[in-house]
Design a protein around this ligand. Structure first.
Ligand code: GLN
Length: 231
């Protein structure tokens, strides 16, 4: 006979400010593609979520130390991370670009010799930049969040930054005074992550919910909410 279960609650870590994926809106409410997607999937699949805005690196660390059940934070699916985490099906395309101040003469990596580059701790973009550091001879400075990283470039302390292309484009569209000077590298996808070998039922629910939301138009509604050109 069917059993009635109380709805499971999962604690999910996210970034503090990574628009359009997660950010505090004018009313200081956390919104964004990741937040709306997670909530819509939870509703569809009949579980509850407690979303914590921890910062990207802190969220990943908290997942590793089992303080939370999952991470949704514009987190790139990478082979290195797949050794430690299980990822959902991909839900958004990404890649890494380099950005500089609007008035900068820097046109690409080959102009970075002796320059200072602002990076965000624990990110795929920082890993990519470091993989190019020897060849191009730049210095680095690190930040825990994207906002402070961008500010270091716009205020002239740093000469360039590396960020995910959908996030950098959105920041520029919404007024950040930077410009993108490279084609996307390290193309990949965002996925929802749990600790490897644990919470596999949560990954299954996420994947099932994502399929439903893609089919019924809700996924498109969520992304359009943040990315449609007329907003
Ligand atoms: N997509 C990047 C990564 O996974 C950055 C994520 C973020 O800063 N929230 O490393």
């Amino acid at each position: 006979s069917p059993k009635v279960h109380a709805e499971e609650t999962y604690t999910i870590g996210t970034d503090v400010t990574y628009p359009p994926f997660e950010f505090a809106n004018k009313d200081n409410k956390y919104v964004g593609i990741d937040i709306d997607l997670m909530n819509a999937i939870a509703k569809e699949e009949g579980f509850k979520v407690n979303i914590k805005e921890l910062g990207f690196n802190a969220a990943v660390q908290s997942l590793q130390s089992r303080q939370i059940d999952g991470v949704i934070a514009g987190m790139s699916i990478t082979p290195e991370r797949q050794a430690k985490f299980d990822f959902s099906d991909p839900y958004y395309k990404t890649g890494v670009v380099m950005a500089v101040a609007n008035n900068s003469k820097i046109n690409g990596l080959s102009d970075l010799k002796g320059k200072k580059v602002a990076l965000k701790t624990g990110t795929a973009a920082a890993d990519y930049a470091r993989s190019q550091q020897k060849k191009y001879g730049f210095k680095t400075v690190t930040f825990d969040d994207s906002d402070n990283m961008y500010n270091d470039v716009t205020n002239g302390n740093s000469d360039a930054t590396f960020e995910d292309v959908p996030v950098m484009k959105y920041a520029i569209k919404t007024g950040t005074k930077l410009k993108i000077v490279t084609k996307p590298a390290e193309s990949g996808n965002y996925g929802f992550a749990v600790l490897k070998g644990e919470n596999s039922e949560l990954i299954q629910k996420f994947n099932h919910g994502l399929k439903v939301l893609k089919k019924n138009g809700e996924y498109k509604k969520i992304t359009d909410r943040y990315l449609s050109t007329d907003t």
